[in-house]
Design a protein around this ligand. Structure first.
Ligand SMILES: *Cc1c(COP(=O)(O)O)cnc(C)c1O
Length: 380
């Protein structure tokens, strides 16, 4: 229904997963982070493929994100890393979605839910080791509190985790030490928590000594990595392109788009493209941003509108069948575009909203199109 398409290369995804596995070794659990609609890649189909590629645990930020995946597959191993309001904890348990616990109050609520349902609920504890976002703070009484949770009859502490601020190596090591001090203190009291994790993508790359029993990988699986320390064997899996909706010759002195900001200094071929900021493409890129047709890069002509934008193709003959590359692997990479838009790669991706159909491509063939209105189309 739309010429503007996001393309997800599933072969690259599989290679990325393989590269990450090789790096972490077979004994470390690979937890895949699918929050933010899988960083814009479309969570439901990504989960399906990731499972095929051997990933067994999925992590999301919110209960709704977990429920979306639960509706897809009853067997997925799902965990919410953020806060879930008290009133929804029972729903969460009913759908076998693992909560993150960071207050005694929710421990008690969950324990009574377990009692009422006559089941033992698995939880992961979150420790705040210095990020100061979410987690039990490390202070007097912490160990006693955690042991109290351990003693609750209808809770089982399967995991304990924390998150690094990635300020610098010394800061991260300091957080790691605080984390280990807590787990060791618990161990002395006979509580050995099986699944311990502190590394996200960057930390997984930088600090092999901190992998513990699980890593939480988001960015790296999608092929995004820190420039300072590239991760061998991972590639960006998402690209985006479109087709022109109209090509017109416009005379010198005419304006293009809203306002008075773009006036042609020469006659030019103006190409109208069917995407805009409602798709999540940053409006700010009208200055400095480019698209590519073949080997040629073109500037935006005037302000990017909500659903459309224009480029200045000078005197180049452009026709309606010319693919226009919006995000590619080279000069229009997510790394380069996000920098130009003064944001980070994750934000750039998360904003690409479900209005843009996702075409999933494996071995050169489209295997699924995820569409906002109709969901996943597997036959076409
Ligand atoms: C988002 C998130 C991750 C994944 O981070 P990446 O840098 O994308 O790998 C890991 N842990 C927590 C708690 C997160 O919120």
């Amino acid at each position: 229904m739309r010429d503007t398409q996001i393309k997800i290369n599933l072969d690259y995804l599989e290679e990325n997963i393989r590269a990450i596995r090789t790096h972490i070794g077979k004994d470390v659990i690979l937890g895949l982070v699918l929050k933010g609609n899988a960083y814009g890649h479309g969570a439901p189909f990504m989960a399906k493929k990731l499972q095929e590629f051997g990933v067994q645990r999925f992590l999301v930020a919110t209960l709704m994100e977990a429920l979306q995946l639960r509706l897809e597959n009853k067997a997925y191993h799902l965990m919410v890393m953020g806060h879930t309001p008290d009133a929804y904890l029972d729903l969460m348990v009913a759908h076998k979605i693992m909560p993150t616990l960071f207050t005694m109050k929710q421990a008690e609520i969950l324990n009574s839910i377990g009692k009422a349902r006559n089941q033992v609920i698995k939880v992961h504890l979150k420790l705040d080791t210095g990020f100061n976002r979410l987690g039990f703070q490390i202070q007097d009484g912490l160990i006693d509190d955690l042991l109290k949770i351990h003693a609750m009859t209808h809770l089982e502490i399967e995991g304990i985790f924390s998150h690094l601020a990635l300020k610098d190596r010394a800061g991260d090591q300091n957080q790691f030490k605080k984390f280990m001090d807590v787990t060791q203190a618990l161990s002395k009291h006979g509580l050995d928590i099986p699944v311990q994790h502190i590394c996200d993508s960057i930390a997984t790359n930088l600090y092999p000594e901190m992998h513990l029993s699980m890593v939480r990988i988001g960015a790296l699986a999608y092929g995004l990595q820190a420039e300072e320390k590239p991760f061998p064997g991972v590639k960006q899996i998402l690209t985006m392109d479109t087709l022109p909706s109209q090509v017109k010759r416009v005379k010198k002195g005419e304006h293009v788009s809203y306002g008075n900001r773009y006036i042609l200094s020469e006659d030019a071929n103006i190409v109208t493209l069917p995407f805009g900021y409602a798709d999540g493409y940053p409006r700010s890129l009208y200055q400095g941003g480019k698209v590519r047709i073949g080997q040629h890069y073109y500037n935006y002509a005037g302000i990017i509108c909500m659903d459309q934008c224009m480029i200045n193709a000078n005197n180049d003959p452009i026709d309606l069948n010319n693919r226009v590359h919006i995000i590619d692997h080279d000069q229009l990479s997510i790394a380069k575009l996000s920098k130009l838009a003064q944001t980070n790669k994750n934000e750039f991706l998360c904003r690409l909203n479900p209005r843009i159909p996702r075409h999933y491509i494996q071995e050169g063939k489209t295997v699924c199109i995820a569409n906002e209105l109709l969901g996943e189309i597997n036959e076409f």
